[in-house]
Each structure stands twice: as C-alpha cells, then as structure tokens.
Write a protein that binds this ligand. Structure first.
Ligand code: XMP
Length: 508
C-alpha cells in the first residue's frame, strides 16, 4: 500500500482517489500521526498545504528518515518541504502560478516521466516556488515561469521525487500517468486493488469477524447501505437482519420499490411502516433543524424497537465510507454547523453492539464499482443522493401527509422526465421543493389559488460546492406543464438558478 501524509491540502482526497484509480490501495493520515513501516508499505506521498514552508509554524516531517525506508513523492508543498529540508531555496516568487501551465520535460528519460509528452499541460496552485535545488538534486522538468516543475534526488536509500504541479487534478492531462509511473515503476506496487479482489477479501474478513453470530442493520435504499448489506449477506447469509423504515417522507412508491429490490438481491430485510408516527410528531414543527432532530430520534426509536424483538444480535452493520472517517488536518479552526446531518450515530453504545463497516475504506466511486461487481442494478447504483430526512426538508415549513402526497406526485413527474430525456445521469442531484406560498392562477375559466413547487438540479463532485444545472428550456417547459396539469394543488413551477455557495443544495 501507499501512505499519503496530509498537510491540509484541499486536494488530498483527490490524490488518494487517483492512486486508487491506478488500482493501488492507499490511506490518508495526518502528517503528524505516527505509523509503522509494515512490509506492505511501498511508498509515501506528501500532499500540498495551505502553509508556506517559510511560515514559522509550517508543518514539518523528517523526509530523510522516510527515504531510509521507501520512495517518496512530494506534491507542491510536499516538494517544497523536501527541498527546504535538504538545504534548497524556496521563496515567494514574483510570478505566482495558478491554473494552466506547460510542463517541459528535460531530455533524459526518467521512469517518473516515462511515456509522458515532452510538453504537457499541468495544473499549478502555488505562491512559493523552488528557486534553487539542493546539491545532488536533478531537475526533471520546468515551465515558462518556474525553474523546477519536477525534480529527483537519488542520494538516499530510496529515490525522492518532487512535483510543483498537481498531478491528481483533472486538468493535469498526464498527471494520472505520472502518478502511475511512481506507483508501479518506482515503488513496485502491483495494481491489484480491484473490485473483484475487494469483494473476495472483504467477504473472507467479514466471515472471520462475525463467525456464526448475527448482524442487524438499518437500510435506507441508498447505494452505501445496500452495497454494505449485500457484502455482509454474501458472508453470513440470513444471519443479517435488515430493517427498512418508511418514515412517511420517502419519494413516491419508494418503500415498495426498494423492498422489491432487496428481495431480488436475496437480502433478509423487514419493511416497517412507521408513517403515522412520523407525521404525528412532525405536526406543528416548521423549523428545519427541529424536523431533522425529530426524524433522527424517531428513526432510532423505531429501529431499537425492531432490534428488541430479535435475540442474540452482536453486531450493527453500517454503510460508513472513507470520507466519513478520514482524520482531517484542521488549519482554519473548527467549522460552523450549517445543517446537522441525520445519521444513526449513537446507536452502538446504547445497544452494546460492535460495528461491522465493510465500506470503511472506500470512496463513493469505489462503492459503486463494488456494487456493480456484486450485480446490483444500475437503477440503484446510479441513484442521486437523497437526504436522510427525505422530503421533510423539501417541504418548507410544517410537514403534513397531504403536502407529502402533493410533493411526491410533482417530484415523480420531474425525476421520470429527467430519466426519459437522458438527463438524469448528467446532474449530480435533482429534487422538487414544495414552497409554503400559494399564488393565483387561471385554469379554464376558473381562478385557482394553489401551491408553487421549485425544481432543483445541480452539478457537483461531492456536494460541497455545486452549480445549478443548465437544463434545456423545452424540457423545463414540458415538466412545468405536466406538473400543473396533473397535480391538483399546484399551479406554478419555478426553477432554482442558485449555486452553492451562496445557496445550499437543499432549501432547508
Ligand atoms: P446542502 O443542502 O447542505 O446538501 O447543500 C449537501 C448534500 O447533503 C444532503 N443533505 C443531507 N443528507 N441528512 C442527510 O443525510 C441531512 O439532514 C441532509 N441535509 C442535506 C443534500 O441532499 C446534498 O446531497
């Protein structure tokens, strides 16, 4: 495996995903955390950082000690830090470089730049530059504005490489190739981190962990919990007891459809209709955070009730994925809570269960690949994300059963239209929001006074930032007509053209 030491760069997770894409397993840890040089550790990558190596409190790590053990690749800050530690000069240069640059490789073919074009577009993001390399270091590539875009040092037990640009980002055209060269030719990694291997290894590990005991798990119909449950089921069969709760704020027909999918996958899942309970408690509670809390609390209560009816359960299965568990290097202090996200945290301590989390080390795109490997339908694998509190945070203000029905109908029309027009996969998330205002309209000769819905569709990579999707006008016109003509109670449709920031994806 490869270890990525994180110095707080916004791109650290992208480095890890690029390494995994080359079918090499890697983990991210904060630079300050200690670790063992186990036999399977083949190389180390040092990330970028918001710091300058010349800052007084700049993070430092003993690169020379690392080189006694394995090859090292420094990216941006990682490259500058290595240079500094060996006595080179890194300074704020008069020319800063952000964005596109042309990398010009030197003649001699080094394994790092094997089959990379002599001139190749790379992506830069740095204020400091390496102005002088230490003795024994060799320039591998330059750009028009900086003397050192890539370097190598061969004077230690293992080679040290440095890149001023970011090979992990999409716009560094041959970045993935450069990373792959480092992983295979320099570190000697075999590219065997594949979905098929993962499934075999994980199922074996789960059998070992669980033995002949039982696992209970809450499923949501989403990708993560479905893939996790399918893996656990493959390992222990019907000793996995799944619970799927209808909280009354799922999409139209979702409860029945998802249960049917689980049945086809052979999973042992119980559907629990708790709609009435949720509607009762949501009544008279218009505040978004209160709604989230109510839904989170009731969900735990319902789940616990179900668990109490089973005996001899030792484990709780969860669809936790890697981005939820990576320890982050905080450089800007603690962040404020914009929205509290509902999850099943807190369950294990109360219930005295140990956790089973087969996806704990996977990124979302890897979860999808594993899901396909397991034969789960693309209908489920490629679903848009859907928030835990469901339609409750898409009905602004108080939630009632009638409003849920209205929104379900409108939303089904919109989502089906996206699918029928081949647009569903082009957006990251789409949904319909029921606004708490009524407005005047005219249908036939009648005056109407009904609700408005907003359509939302965004493009995004991780939901952290998003842009509104530029859906075709004709498509929006058709959806608007279809909703107003078919959903009694709605006479107006608007399209949300706000990006995140300043807006958020959900309206609550
Ligand atoms: P926002 O609205 O914060 O949403 O831009 C970003 C992503 O998070 C989802 N989201 C939630 N997911 N519980 C969840 O499980 C929540 O309370 C919640 N609020 C927002 C949202 O759907 C989007 O994918």
């Amino acid at each position: 495996k490869i270890l990525i030491l994180d110095f707080g760069s916004q791109y650290t997770q992208l480095i890890a995903r690029s390494v995994r894409e080359a079918n090499v397993y890697c983990e991210i840890i904060p630079y300050s955390k200690s670790f063992e040089f186990e036999g399977n550790l083949k190389g180390i990558i040092l990330s970028g950082s918001p710091f300058s190596v010349n800052d007084e409190n700049a993070p430092v790590i003993g690169v020379k000690d690392l080189l006694d053990q394995v090859p090292v690749l420094g990216i941006c800050y990682g490259a500058q830090l290595s240079t500094r530690l060996f006595g080179g000069r890194v300074e704020k240069s008069s020319k800063r470089e952000y964005g596109r640059a042309q990398m010009q490789a030197r003649e001699a073919g080094d394994p790092l730049l094997k089959t990379v074009e002599p001139k190749s577009q790379v992506w830069m993001s740095h204020g400091d530059s390496i102005l002088e390399l230490p003795a024994g270091f060799e320039v591998l590539a330059t750009t028009e504005s900086i003397p050192v875009a890539a370097f190598k040092y061969n004077g230690a037990a293992h080679p040290l490489y440095g890149l001023q640009f970011h090979p992990e980002v999409y716009h560094s055209i041959e970045g993935k190739k450069i990373l792959k060269n480092f992983l295979t030719d320099i570190c000697g990694c075999s590219q065997d981190w594949t979905p098929a291997h993962f499934v075999t290894d994980t199922v074996n590990a789960l059998r070992e962990q669980i033995g002949d005991r039982k696992v209970i798990m809450a499923l949501s119909g989403g990708v993560d919990s479905t893939v996790a449950a399918t893996l656990i089921h493959k390992a222990i069969g019907d000793r996995l007891y799944g619970i799927f709760v209808d909280n009354g704020v799922l999409r139209k027909d979702e409860f029945e459809q998802v249960l049917e999918t689980y049945k086809q996958l052979g999973l042992n899942i119980k559907g629990v209709d708790a709609k009435a309970l949720f509607y009762k408690e949501l009544k008279d509670n218009p505040d978004p955070e209160t709604k989230r809390k109510i839904i989170g609390r009731l969900f735990i209560e319902v789940f616990q009730d179900e668990a109490n009816q089973l005996t001899g359960i030792d484990f709780l299965g969860q669809g936790t994925i890697y981005p939820d568990v990576i320890e982050s290097v905080s450089v800007h202090g603690p962040s404020v809570t914009i929205k509290s996200h509902h999850n099943v945290g807190g369950l294990p301590e109360k219930m005295h269960l140990s956790l089973v989390e087969p996806l704990r080390f996977l990124f979302k795109d890897e979860v999808r690949k594993v899901g396909r490997e397991l034969g789960i339908s693309s209908e489920l694998i490629d679903r848009h994300p859907f928030p835990g509190p469901g339609l409750a945070i898409r009905i602004l203000g108080e939630v009632t059963e009638e409003k849920v029905k209205l929104l379900q109908e409108a939303d089904a029309i919109y989502i089906n239209a996206l699918k029928e027009n081949g647009l569903y996969a082009t957006v990251w998330q789409a949904g319909t929001i029921l606004l708490p205002v009524k407005s005047v309209g005219v249908m036939g000769d009648e005056r109407t006074y009904e609700y408005t819905v907003a359509l939302r569709a965004v493009t995004s990579v991780d939901g952290m930032t998003a842009d509104w999707a530029h859906l075709p006008y004709d498509f929006l016109a058709n959806v608007s007509n279809e909703i107003c003509n078919n959903v009694r109670g709605i006479n107006r449709v608007v399209y949300d053209i706000s990006s995140k920031p300043p807006a958020t994806i959900e309206w609550e």
